[in-house]
Design a protein around this ligand. Structure first.
Ligand code: KG4
Ligand code: ZN
Length: 397
């Protein structure tokens, strides 16, 4: 049994979770029982919406403002046990002050929290070190280090995208806060589709291997959704908005506007969505005058045409990867995996190739801290010393 505190601040969600995990081995099958003891998440969507995307310095400020309160909330929700602990010493106080130098609004809640003379019984702190926005990542990393320094709890750095990958492998049990995590014993393929990344990963857990076999050459899928939404004057984040309009267009049997499918016929597993986004931009420029609003039905047809083109590319390259690598399973994770049409089409694809599909439930598709904790569950990663932990905004797999 391991108790893991997970911290996620890579983008616009401040998320904390406390998990208890237990490994069960059935023959070759690697399976874990995951109990979520507490979870607290605060979304910054309303803060960033007026900018049409995430504004890094605002993200940092809000993470710093709420991270301690969210941690406190998680501790209060759980049956966590404490042991009495020595009063905070001068070295730790200085460590906290120094850590909060660039985050003034973190200093006083952090000092107050860490001055309590009780130590939570936790085995590991897992924190997202990347990929993500540097100022945002640093808040989580500094908070993890302060907790670790005060309570002497080891830190395991987490890769956000690996978190999305493991979130796909979680399945429900008949208890609301318990899940099971089953790792395919043979190699499997994951389509990772988020706001910052779009990748196809070939994983072989036995060999501890996550190999990126395809990636976007420019915009990520979620980023393309967000940018096209902005062109259509829809609020951030654009994915759910465009998806809702495209679904309405399907219900009304409207014909989609035809947009290109970049890199569809090339020999790689790569994607390119910048050209698709520009095609939407040119279509709007050439079809409508700036002074008149776009008729609603046209907006529906544009959303449908864009989504069809983007999802066709995702499905086609994923199928190509399945044909080439004959994986034992298909998985999909990241914010865009919440998309209903993508989910349906992946189900068909997996069925066609007679392999299981692993996809997170909607709440675990977008950023959360449970997925970050999972990265420390599989493969027994080693803790890293405090001085060797830093945010790595463009970390790869
Ligand atoms: O993984 P995520 O929560 O954050 C990052 O790691 O980037 O992904 C956020 C992205 C955003 O671009 C958002 O527009 C997109 O996921 N997204 C969707 C849907 N829900 C969220 N895209 C398409 N359809 C959705 N239903
Ligand atoms: Zn994400």
């Amino acid at each position: 049994m391991k108790k893991i505190l997970a911290i996620e601040t890579s983008c616009d969600e401040t998320a904390i979770a406390l998990l208890q995990t237990n490994q069960i081995v059935f023959g070759q099958l690697e399976q874990y029982e995951i109990e979520v003891l507490g979870e607290a998440t605060r979304s910054q969507i309303d803060t960033h919406a007026p900018y049409g995307g995430v504004f890094p310095t605002l993200a940092k400020r809000e993470h710093a403002q709420y991270i301690v309160a969210l941690t406190d909330e998680v501790f209060r929700q759980t049956k966590i046990t404490y042991e009495s602990h020595a009063p905070i010493d001068e070295y730790t106080k200085n460590y906290i002050s120094h850590s909060c130098q660039k985050n003034e609004n973190l200093l006083s809640p952090a000092m107050e929290f860490l001055s309590r003379e009780q130590k939570p019984i936790i085995d590991y702190i897992v924190v997202t070190v990347g990929p993500g926005l540097a100022p945002a990542l640093w808040v989580g990393v500094m908070w993890a280090k302060m907790l670790s320094q005060r309570y002497q709890i080891p830190i395991i750095p987490a890769n956000h995208m690996i978190g999305h990958l493991y979130a796909a492998l979680l399945s429900d049990t008949n208890s609301e806060n318990k899940f099971s995590l089953t790792i395919p014993t043979e190699k499997f393929i994951t389509l990772l589709v988020s706001g910052g990344h779009t990748e196809i990963i070939l994983t072989d857990i036995q060999k501890n291997m996550h190999k990126k076999i395809g990636h976007t050459l420019d915009d990520a899928a979620g980023e393309a959704y967000d940018k096209v939404a902005r062109m259509l004057a829809l609020p951030y984040p654009g994915g759910p908005q465009i998806s809702r309009l495209a679904n309405t267009a399907r219900e009304k049997f409207l014909s989609p506007v035809q947009f290109p499918r970049p890199l569809y016929n090339d020999s790689t597993f790569n994607f390119s969505f910048s050209g698709l986004k520009t095609a939407v931009q040119y279509y709007l420029r050439d079809t409508y005058s700036k002074s008149t609003p776009i008729p609603f039905e046209d907006t529906l047809r544009i959303a449908l045409g864009f989504e069809d083109a983007l999802i066709d590319c995702l499905i086609h390259k994923t199928e190509k990867a399945i044909i080439t690598h004959s994986p034992s399973a298909l998985a999909c994770g990241g914010g865009v995996s919440a998309n209903t049409t993508l989910r349906e089409r992946l189900h068909h694809l997996a069925k066609k190739h007679t392999i299981p599909l692993h996809i997170p439930k909607i709440v675990h598709s977008t950023d959360n801290a449970i997925m970050i904790a999972l990265t420390a569950v599989v493969g027994n990663p080693e803790p890293v010393s405090l001085e060797n932990i830093s945010a790595i905004p463009s970390v790869s797999l």
